[in-house]
Design a protein around this ligand. Structure first.
Ligand SMILES: C[S@@+](CC[C@H](N)C(=O)[O-])C[C@H]1O[C@@H](n2cnc3c(N)ncnc32)[C@H](O)[C@@H]1O
Length: 253
């Protein structure tokens, strides 16, 4: 089984790679698939001097919600890469709709390959992508290799609690990794609990509707779609009760 496919499924909360072809349909009503463009924009505005020369790399950009909002608000140049062709097609369409197609380049690709060739960015964004690039330490080192000295890294992930799933590092463990990898935490934004519940409810309603449609058109795959809905619900519950979603802004030191 390909580990790229396995991790891709996991990055979108699918238990099985069999679901991958259905993900664009299931997620057709959502634009933001993980990170909050508003939070990233506000952290950039506070911490980073941006000009029309600023180059941003959005790895596993999904449908381009973060990239396009940054290009629109800041006039910076953004390259977004994602492995799902339909997401990239959607991102290109949205870039035109927002009038930022000259500032945005969206490509289909595996980010494990992109990190080997994409270099010298001012800012790299890794929003809600999980372990696609390896464990947390490997991920930071790979992200770091794409930015200039003194460049910035956004990671959207979660802080675990002492007794939560060990897959989620505690804040102290993240800080230790920052020290080991030569980056410093400039700012962190924890997800607001009320906002999270309302986003989760809204997104779950959209996904449930599409799951029900697919169950009608593909009755033989009913259990596949049901298990996707269950894993989405479990992830929402985990985020609401057991871990804290966080956007971290790091600087290479
Ligand atoms: C939860 S979504 C987050 C999307 C986006 N960063 C955002 O915050 O809206 C995870 C994304 O990772 C992408 N992905 C997973 N594995 C990948 C890989 N090896 N190369 C490129 N993209 C990948 C998926 O296609 C999906 O769009």
């Amino acid at each position: 089984m390909s580990s790229v496919e396995d991790k891709l499924a996991k990055s979108l909360t699918a238990e099985s790679i069999e679901l991958i072809p259905y993900l664009p349909y299931l997620l057709q009503d959502l634009w933001e698939l993980g990170s909050s463009p508003k939070d990233i924009l506000s952290m950039i505005s506070k911490q980073i001097q941006v000009s029309d020369k600023t180059k941003v790399l959005d790895l596993a950009c999904g449908k381009g919600a973060v990239s396009i909002n940054l290009a629109k608000a800041l006039g910076c140049n953004v390259k977004g890469i994602d492995i799902i062709t339909e997401f990239i097609d959607f991102a290109n369409k949205k870039a035109r709709e927002f009038g930022v197609e000259n500032l945005c380049e969206f490509n289909v690709g595996d980010i494990n390959e992109s990190v080997k060739v994409e270099k010298n960015y001012d800012i790299v964004i890794f929003g809600a992508v999980g372990n696609v690039l390896g464990d947390q330490e490997e991920t930071i080192l790979k992200l770091k290799s794409t930015v200039k000295d003194g460049g910035y890294i956004f990671i959207d992930d979660a802080y675990g609690k002492e007794d939560s799933n060990p897959q989620f590092l505690t804040r102290e463990q993240w800080l230790m990794i920052f020290q080991n990898t030569g980056v410093k935490l400039l700012e962190e934004k924890l997800v607001d609990d009320d906002e999270l519940v309302s986003i989760n409810n809204e997104q779950m309603a959209c996904i449930e509707k599409r799951v029900n449609e697919l169950k009608k058109t593909h009755p033989e795959k009913e259990s596949l779609f049901d298990s996707y809905l269950q894993s989405q619900q479990a992830e929402c519950a985990e985020l609401e009760d057991e871990i804290s979603g966080v956007t971290m802004l790091l600087q290479v030191v």
